[in-house]
Design a protein around this ligand. Structure first.
Ligand code: ZN
Length: 343
């Protein structure tokens, strides 16, 4: 370690759980943060400052004004430059710590590219906003024996789960199927309070540090809190579920695209259609009530719900299919689906 490094990390190396030995492990570690929104920026911020030597952040979106309320790596200058989140995050993380290697990748993480994106990682952190990607990540990390940490935050509650292949339960052990579209709250429909995101991201970033340095008690189950009501819970895990398709049978259905999988195709001029297999029937009426607060509903009946949001027109059918007008970019369509429909 250089003298500069010794002073930079002094406050954590004098903590015996980390020490100089732990710092060297952090500097040698390769961490991939998938998704660079609210949780992802908070996690990446902590890990860059802590001296994770090789840090990769991946995100498919551009910065919007409403991101600045909680996505702490971004500022008004980034917004004025119309930067993709991954590029702005890379620039900011380098300014925070020029002694580590930072890579920002502008990409949609999917079943086809996930394995190459996480190759060689010491640990992967989930900074996504959707379950579709998390199940793909779960499959890929279990397959390649890479620990990964789930982080979720909506409204005023947060959840973190540390997944160590072969040791703890994985995402599919706990929730065998992806929650159907429209059944889970998203930050775009239920809102989210900035400091709640920072708190749960800190839990997950600390888990990553403990995992890398090899000290401290890892979360073996789920940590859940709601900062509006000050409830803090830790659910003890029972280890892997014996019949889990992913971590026990090693049948990676999401990687093989036998499960989940939004199939996108161009649909006329300036529109993308997304189909989700096996989603069942959507609760359209309930979703319309939720979406009315953040979008303009232009049509609703038993078969479809049409609304305008962010300048796009989205027609959502009861079978979870959606036609997104206003773009020919699949990534944009997937992003809108994750935000406003969920999963
Ligand atoms: Zn499992």
């Amino acid at each position: 370690m250089t003298n500069n490094n010794i002073s930079r990390y002094l406050r954590q190396t004098i903590f015996p759980g980390i020490g100089l030995e732990g710092q060297q492990k952090l500097l040698a570690a390769r961490v991939v943060v998938v998704g660079c929104g609210a949780t992802g920026t908070n996690i990446a911020n902590h890990l860059a400052r802590a001296g994770v030597g090789h840090l990769t952040v991946i995100d498919r979106d551009f910065i919007e004004l409403n991101n600045l309320q909680r996505q702490l790596l971004f500022d008004e200058q980034d917004l004025a430059e119309n930067l993709p989140k991954a590029a702005a995050a890379e620039r900011k993380l380098r300014a925070i710590n020029s002694e580590i290697e930072v890579r920002g990748i502008v990409s949609d993480v999917n079943a086809e590219n996930v394995e190459s994106l996480i190759a060689g990682a010491t640990v992967v952190l989930d900074g996504t906003d959707n379950f579709e990607t998390r199940y793909i990540l779960n499959d890929a990390c279990i397959k390649h024996n890479i620990p990964w940490i789930y982080t979720g935050a909506v409204a005023t509650y947060g959840m973190s789960q540390t997944i160590i292949p072969g040791q703890t339960a994985c995402l599919r052990c706990l929730f065998n199927e992806v929650p159907p579209p429209g059944t889970t709250a998203t930050c775009d429909t239920a809102g989210v309070v900035g400091p709640v995101v920072a708190a749960i991201a800190s839990v997950s970033a600390t888990e990553a540090i403990k995992l890398i340095v090899g000290h401290g008690d890892l979360n073996q189950g789920i940590i859940h809190f709601d900062l509006w009501y000050n409830t803090f819970e830790q659910f003890e895990g029972n280890g892997p579920r014996p019949d889990c398709p992913a971590c026990q049978q090693r049948n990676f259905e999401f990687l093989k695209q036998e499960k989940g999988g939004q199939i996108a195709n161009l649909c006329g001029r300036n529109a993308v259609q997304l189909r989700v297999s096996g989603a069942g029937k959507l609760p359209l009426a309930e979703m319309a009530d939720r979406l009315a607060a953040v979008s303009k509903i232009t049509a609703r009946n038993d078969y479809l719900l049409r609304f305008i949001v962010d300048g796009y027109e989205i027609t959502l059918f009861a079978d979870a299919r959606a036609i997104i007008k206003g773009t020919e970019d699949e990534r944009v369509a997937r992003g809108l689906y994750a935000k406003y429909i969920g999963s």
